[in-house]
Design a protein around this ligand. Structure first.
Ligand SMILES: Nc1ncnc2c1ncn2[C@@H]1O[C@H](COP(=O)(O)OP(=O)(O)OP(=O)(O)O)[C@@H](O)[C@H]1O
Length: 342
C-alpha cells in the first residue's frame, strides 16, 4: 500500500504534457498496481501526443517510478483509446441536471480572496474557448456577480422558471437577483442550500457545456451540503499566497475530499503587485505560497493572477479581464476543460 501511495505521489508531481495538472489529476496515468516483489504496473494514456512525446513521457514516468523506494521494476502499458468528445451540444450530458454537462464549483476557504472575480473570469474564459457557459452566484452572504456582470434588478420568471441574464457570452443567475440588495440576508444553512439547488434546477439555462458555481466563502455546512447535493465534477480553490488564506484553502481541499469532489486545482490570486507607475513588482501577500501548498496537498496548481488595478477596474466596470491577465484566465480555463473532459 505504501509503495502504491508513493508511486501515486511521484506521478502527482509530474505535469501532463497536454496541460491541465498532474498525470494523476488528468487521468493520464491510472490503474497503478504493485506486486509483492515490488513490481509496479500502470496504464499511461498517450492520446493527443506524438510518438516522440509519448516515448519521452514513458521514460519520465518509468524513471520517476523506479526512484520510489521498494520498487523493483516498472511496467507501463501505453494506451491511446480515450474517447475524444465529439463537437457540439449533441454530446451526452454528464450531470444530473438536464441540459448541463458539467458543474464546476469555485470555492475559497476564506472570504475576500477574489473567488467571485476568478469565478466570473473563468466563466468568460470558458466562453471564449467556445463552451456554452452558465454562472451561478451561490454566494448568499455577499453576492457579487450582479456587479461583476453589470446586472441590475430582479430575476425574471417565465413559465415558472427563472430566467438567467446573458452577459459577455455567458448566462448568469445570482442570489443577488432574488433579494433586495439593501436588505441583509439572514438564512439558516438548510434554507440557503435548498434555495441554491433550486436555482440550479429550476432555471432556464438551456443547453450548457458547463455551469460555474461561485460558492460562498468558507467550509461550513452550506458549502458541504451544496457540494454533496450538486455533486460538481470538480472544484477550483482560490487563495491568496498569504499563510492565513492558505490554511483555509487546505480546509477547503479537505472538505471536498470528504464529499468525494475532485479538486481541479488551486488558483493563486492577488500574487505580485505591479506598480502601474514604475513597473516595480512587490509581493504584499507573499509569493508562491499557493503553488507550494498545492504541491504539498497533491493537487494541481492552475495558475497565478496578479494583484492589479486592471483586474479591479474590469470588475467594477462589469468587463472581462483582458490582456496578459485575461490570457492567464484562458490558461486556467484550458486546464479545467481538459480535467473535467470538455
Ligand atoms: N487580482 C486582483 N487584483 C486586484 N483586485 C482584485 C483582484 N482579485 C479581486 N480583486 C478585488 O478584491 C475585491 C474582492 O474580490 P471578490 O469579490 O472577487 O472576492 P471574494 O473572495 O469573492 O469575496 P467574498 O468573500 O465577499 O465572496 C473586489 O473589489 C475585487 O475587484
Amino acid at each position: 500500500m505504501a509503495i502504491k501511495d508513493d508511486v501515486s505521489a511521484a506521478l502527482a508531481g509530474l505535469p501532463d504534457p497536454a496541460g491541465g495538472g498532474s498525470l494523476i489529476a488528468t487521468g493520464r496515468a491510472a490503474g497503478i498496481v504493485v506486486k509483492d516483489d515490488g513490481q509496479v504496473g500502470l496504464v499511461l494514456a498517450v492520446d493527443g501526443l506524438d510518438k516522440t512525446a509519448a516515448e519521452r513521457l514513458q521514460a519520465t514516468v518509468e524513471a520517476a517510478i523506479r526512484r520510489v523506494p521498494g520498487v523493483s521494476a516498472a511496467r507501463i502499458i501505453l494506451t491511446a483509446d480515450r474517447a475524444s468528445a465529439p463537437a457540439g451540444h449533441a454530446r451526452p450530458k454528464d450531470t444530473t441536471v438536464p441540459g448541463i454537462r458539467k458543474l464546476v464549483a469555485v470555492a475559497s476557504g476564506k472570504g475576500g480572496v477574489g473567488k467571485s472575480t476568478v469565478a466570473a473570469n473563468l466563466a468568460f474564459a470558458l466562453a471564449r474557448a467556445g463552451q456554452a457557459v452558465g454562472l451561478l452566484d451561490a454566494d448568499i452572504y455577499g453576492p457579487s456577480v450582479p456587479t461583476l456582470l453589470g446586472i441590475t434588478g430582479r430575476a425574471r420568471v417565465e413559465n415558472d422558471r427563472l430566467q438567467p441574464e446573458s452577459r459577455h457570452g455567458i448566462k448568469a443567475l445570482s442570489m443577488g437577483m432574488m433579494t433586495d440588495p439593501n436588505k441583509a440576508i439572514v438564512w439558516r444553512g438548510p434554507m440557503a442550500s435548498s434555495a441554491l439547488v433550486q436555482m440550479v434546477e429550476q432555471c432556464d439555462w438551456g443547453a450548457l457545456d458547463v455551469l460555474v458555481i461561485d460558492l460562498p466563502p468558507g467550509t461550513g455546512d452550506v458549502q458541504l451540503t451544496l457540494a454533496q447535493k450538486l455533486k460538481p465534477d470538480g472544484a477550483v480553490i482560490v487563495s491568496t499566497p498569504q499563510d492565513l488564506a492558505l490554511i483555509d484553502a487546505r480546509r477547503a481541499v479537505a472538505m471536498f475530499g470528504e464529499v468525494n469532489v475532485r479538486v481541479l486545482g488551486v488558483v493563486e490570486n492577488m500574487a505580485g503587485y505591479c506598480c502601474p507607475q514604475c513597473g516595480h513588482v512587490s509581493d504584499p501577500f507573499g509569493h508562491g505560497g499557493a503553488e507550494a501548498e498545492a504541491q504539498a496537498m497533491g493537487v494541481p496548481f492552475l495558475g497565478r493572477i496578479p494583484l492589479q488595478m486592471a483586474v479591479r477596474s474590469a470588475s467594477e466596470t462589469a468587463q472581462p479581464v483582458s490582456g496578459e491577465t485575461g490570457a492567464q484566465f484562458d490558461e486556467i480555463a484550458r486546464s479545467v476543460m481538459i480535467t473535467v473532459g470538455l
